[in-house]
Ligand binder design. Sequence first.
Ligand code: GDG
Length: 472
Amino acid sequence: MSRTIIVSNRLPTKVLRTDDSLTFQASEGGLATGLGSIYQQAGNVWVGWPGLFVEDATEEGYVREQLRQDSMEPVFLTEDEIRDYYEGFSNSTLWPTFHYFPQYATYEPAHWAAYVAVNEKFCQAVLAMAGPDDTIWVHDYQLLLLPAMLRAARPRATIGFFLHIPFPSYELIRVLPWARELVAGVLGADLIGFHTFGFMRHFLSSVSHLLGFTAHNGRLEVGQRTVLVDTFPMGIDYDRYAGAAASESARQHEASYRQVLGDMRVILSIDRLDYSKGIAERLRAFEQLLVRHPEWRGQVSLIMVVVPSRDQVAQYAALKEEIDELVGRINAAYRTMRWTPIHYFYRSFPLDELASLYRLAEVGLVTPMRDGMNLVAKEFVATKANDHGVLILSERAGAARELSDALIINPTDLDQLTAALHEALVMPADEQARRMRAMRRLVRQYDVFAWTNLFMSRLAYAKQQQLSLDTD
Ligand code: GDG
């Protein structure tokens, strides 16, 4: 029987150490939800790091045993590996380069060596359970080398790869000393997926420049193999977000926030702490709105949720300080006894509270400098059952390709962003409804389950093609 093996840096369950015991916490992330239907089927499995440094072999055995009961296979990583492969090469070399922040990228041979070694470790973990005909779906930038490693060991396996972040222009990737190896690593897959056509185009251009293969109609001939390349814009679990927003608990949270906020109008901003998300620029635009349109003072508040992330990496710590400073300065300059311009939270919220914030907000402000997709934009839309609300969306988020009824802005254009904030606040209800309805239909139809099905059926097609080649 052929099985499906999902591989990503993190497992959909996180193991936490609390005092003297371990707790297993399921992830609420979109990927975990979308792929849940696959890896939990009989025989299938998800391979990844459980987020824990194990203390000894007994603990390792225990964690492995527990996770296996839920169709997960852990790859245990050491603190050194996490420092060099994850915080190092993945988040200090690839992430800034792929998000067009090459000035933040480091080029450490030791980090590269760890990246190769950990990809190899993942490869061994997958091989330990994969048969020659199994289907393997590898996710994201931490595992770019894995498809080729798997291919070398299992020439007949069906391998899919999906990149969740942007693929940059060749001019950026060529700066990396290891550009060729990275692109060749991905080419081990039978099907390579991106969120947008633009990312796919950049990838194909890099393949052509670095390795000399040219694509025709989304097909690359790589030696004896055909590699399919395509776009699969990821969706969200629409029902989950729409349902959470309609829940009694979200209503109650909203009512209690309203007691404090009164009829204050609310703009909402939610992100992981990351320089790619344009958080500081967003704050400057909000300040400029208060300067250029003083009529909004005392009328509008910005609720800003920043979820702690990667705080071991220097740029993230610096960004946190910049945001703290900006929020402090703006609030100090404009606040009154009854009005706080920015309600700033540096932590994460449970889903029902998050949903109540989406409900509360009239304006969703999503202004990344670069973003593979941006699921927050889609979640905001999914919660607007009454079609009231305006999404302001960066043209450089993958989501902008689909959500063209948002107010699309260039996040570096402070004047445009300020004008969009004002426009959102004065937009007539019928225009809001028209735009929101169109976006909501799209987000509901192309949800994360549709995305998974599309990728898996395209991968099955790729497998069929290889089989017919084999028998020719
Ligand atoms: C990468 C790519 C691509 C946020 N705060 C809370 C919370 N969240 C959830 C959101 C959303 C998720 O985190 C963030 O997803 P994004 O898509 O916005 O961003 P990344 O984490 O950077 O993800 C991105 C994605 O992969 C998928 O391919 O879209 O471009 O960078 O789901 O709701 N969830 C809860 N509390 C919070 O406080 N529960």
